[in-house]
Write a protein that binds this ligand. Structure first.
Ligand code: FRU
Length: 500
């Protein structure tokens, strides 16, 4: 890695760049991060001929937002990523977020099985329109369409709309057409378009001003999801917008119907449904053309991205999540589970497997792994205890630790990163919690710790919290805990990630 940094120094944009220390202690093992420089949103997620593709918002030159282009990586297993050259570089416009589809039947005329990217060209804040690029060699090289833009919104004053971005497309079999959703961020709206050839698009309908509109709407996607335990399915519209904490950005979703033209929300307009209750999950979109309904998001928050302390890269993606819907007393709710590929990755080495043990307060044994990238699957029977959980990244020298737990009284699953390490901005230290009702007094936490991030899935994907952490000294120690009572741990399994 040292040689790599030296090499970067030769190409460095400034002397200050070289003086920075590499922060490989925060480089994730099983989450995607660019080899160097900035990333934000995942773009054009697509599965094609045995490869999962991540394109991503990328600055190829600096470790901060700017020169927006599409970076590119591929994977056969969703955990080990091969970095490829920049796929779509900036031109007179920045290449903002968008989607990729595989045009199996050559509806566009660019070639059977060509990959079609539609992205927002942002003219440095002055106007935004939708443009197309295609690849006929499995995404290795891209050609920008000569008659771009393919969709623009002219205004009465002769200019073009400034905030009109983040197209996402899919093939809608019942109406035999491509559908695109695209955001009008400052109007809190999504526009839906249809097309037979991915080039000529017709405006079909608009949806908006429902749910949460305390923050601008970005990165929409529309997907049909199965309802677990039934033969039915429903449509889900994802929007990146506000967080359950209105001072931050986050993601919301709407459940309803799509008839090939219009999306209708099943819930009252003021129902707010959030995807993730942490502060670090944004801009997630589904993989198109994929064998499973899978989303992946950017793990960071616009509220403190400038302060991210990593070098020579900034930004990382969540683990891919398989999604579905489940009937609950409150109505249909999103279920998110770690993609099976992640759970089955050959890099996991099982290190603990126990059943039926009791723990009380903080007296339980402290465990020490070899690495700070691990997965803990633990199930507690709460009994009389008011709180249970796991302290992860527990460092005995600095006394830093992050708590991942469940509070019975407030019925909440949480990550508490107040004492997790470096506080990168005044609003970073926080406890972030998701509602989670227990059915039989047991709570299952599936926790992923990966050097500088934690994702916890509560009770088989009913609630998810995602948080970045920057421990001053990484630690492989962890410990179960309970408060105000003895609890039974019915199952405990731990694996650590071993690098290839
Ligand atoms: C969301 C976003 C998108 C835009 C991109 C620019 O995080 O603001 O709306 O396309 O990032 O990098």
């Amino acid at each position: 890695m040292k040689n790599f940094i030296l090499f970067l120094c030769l190409l460095a944009p400034s002397a200050a760049y070289c003086q920075q220390q590499a922060t490989e202690q925060w480089r994730p093992y099983f989450h995607f991060s660019p080899a160097q420089n900035w990333t934000n949103d995942p773009n054009g997620l697509v599965y094609h001929e045995g490869e999962w593709h991540i394109f991503y918002q990328h600055n190829p030159f600096e470790n901060k937002w700017g020169h927006m282009s599409w970076g590119h990586a591929v994977s056969k297993d969703l955990v080990n990523w091969e970095h490829l050259p920049v796929a779509i570089p900036e031109d007179s416009a920045w290449i903002f977020s968008g989607g990729v589809v595989v045009d199996k039947n050559n509806t566009s005329g660019f070639g059977a099985n060509s990959m079609i990217a539609i992205y927002t060209a942002d003219y440095h804040g002055k106007k935004e329109n939708q443009q197309l690029a295609y690849s006929t060699d499995k995404g290795r090289t891209w050609t920008k369409y000569k008659n771009n833009p393919i969709i623009a919104k002219p205004l009465p004053n002769g200019k073009e709309m400034k905030d009109f971005r983040d197209p996402n497309m899919f093939w809608h079999e019942p109406s035999k057409q491509w559908i695109m959703v695209v955001a009008l961020p400052t109007e809190f709206k999504v526009h839906i378009y249809g097309s037979k050839n991915l080039i000529n698009w017709t405006f079909l309908s608009e949806f908006g001003k429902q749910g949460d509109f305390t923050k601008i709407w970005e990165c929409p996607s529309l997907i049909e999801l199965p309802v677990e335990g039934s033969q039915t399915s429903k449509w889900v519209l994802f929007i990146s917008s506000s967080n359950p904490n209105p001072d931050f950005v986050g993601m919301q979703y709407f459940v309803g119907n799509f008839d090939g033209k219009t999306f209708t929300n099943d819930n009252p307009a003021d129902t707010k449904l959030f995807v993730d209750y942490g502060k670090d999950f944004y801009a997630a979109i589904p993989f198109s053309n994929a064998p499973k309904k899978t989303i992946l998001g950017w793990m960071a928050s616009w509220q403190y991205t400038d302060a991210l302390p990593t070098f020579p890269w900034k930004g990382q993606m969540s683990i891919p999540r398989e999604i579905s819907l489940k009937k609950t007393q409150a109505g249909l709710r999103l279920i998110q589970r770690p993609a099976e590929e992640v759970l089955k990755a050959k890099n996991w080495k099982g290190i603990v497997q126990m059943e039926e043990m009791g723990i009380e307060e903080d007296n339980s044994m402290m465990w020490r792994n070899q690495t700070s990238s691990y997965m803990i699957d633990v199930e507690f029977e709460l009994g009389g205890a008011r709180e249970v959980g796991v302290k992860v990244m527990k460092n005995l020298t600095t006394n830093q630790e992050t708590l991942v737990g469940y509070q019975k009284d407030s019925e909440q699953l949480y990550i508490n990163r107040i004492n997790s390490g470096k506080i990168i901005s005044p609003n970073f230290a926080s406890m972030d919690a998701s509602p989670l009702k227990l059915e039989r007094g047991t709570v299952r936490l599936l926790i992923f710790v990966d050097q500088s991030s934690i994702e916890v899935f509560g009770n088989d994907g009913e609630a998810v919290v995602t948080s970045l952490i920057f421990p001053e000294n990484n630690s492989a120690n962890w410990q179960l805990f309970s408060r105000d009572g003895r609890v039974k741990v019915t199952k405990l399994k731990v694996w650590e990630w071993q690098k290839d």
